[in-house]
Design a protein around this ligand. Sequence first.
Ligand code: PEP
Length: 256
Amino acid sequence: MHMRKPIVVGNWKMNGRQAGVNQLIAGLREAAVGLAGVDMAVCPPVIYVPSALSGLGGSPVKVGAQDVSLHGQDGAYTGEVSAAMLADVGCTYVIVGHSERRALYGETDEQVAIKFANAQREGLCPILCVGETLEEREQGVTESIVAHQLDAVLSKAGIGAFDRALIAYEPVWAIGTGRTATPEQAQDVHAFIRARLASHDAGVASRVRIQYGGSMKPENAAELMAMPDIDGGLIGGASLKVNDFMTICRAAGGGA
Ligand code: PEP
């Protein structure tokens, strides 16, 4: 029995068109009725965030964004969307430091920490993604990579910030590859993350929810969720299908 309420978040990445997005939202809205014991959210491409907010208004499925600007003030930053704007339209969450942003757009641990702090300043709940590449795992440096990613945020925002944030452990080699970490591999890193936070504040560490992400699907969700330090999931591919996403949500909530 988990002391922390599990949370499942869908990361739609750069997928969808208006008609399909509307169908997905309507399907989620219907399927989520009465689903208890789990928090749920979706992070659509930012242009579809308003559709999700209106389509899911009053539903237990909350809405977030996939990224946020480094810049905290309005201004001449063409193409950027600020934390204040995401909060203004009604977002609850924002993903920061997703491995695709780190790898494809060169985001550094320090930039991710700034985004995290910007999000919290505007009242958003950041979902801090951490995780090692395959090469790093094979070199045996998983813990030091994850520690550095965490420490950048700890030194910028402080341990107390983790009472208003989520962490997603996402081994890069498991994202979109169909290759899932075993429950034991994931649990080991989740426990490491919690212990690292506990060295700053045991209470915060025991409360923070740590999601697993990386090819989580209906077939493997229950065994991952059963691990003591896994408190939910960040779901890419499987979040684009109502039934798959909802099956994962039910597994997280302890249902069949
Ligand atoms: C993700 O990108 O956050 C993710 C976990 O993707 P997938 O579920 O497709 O591996």
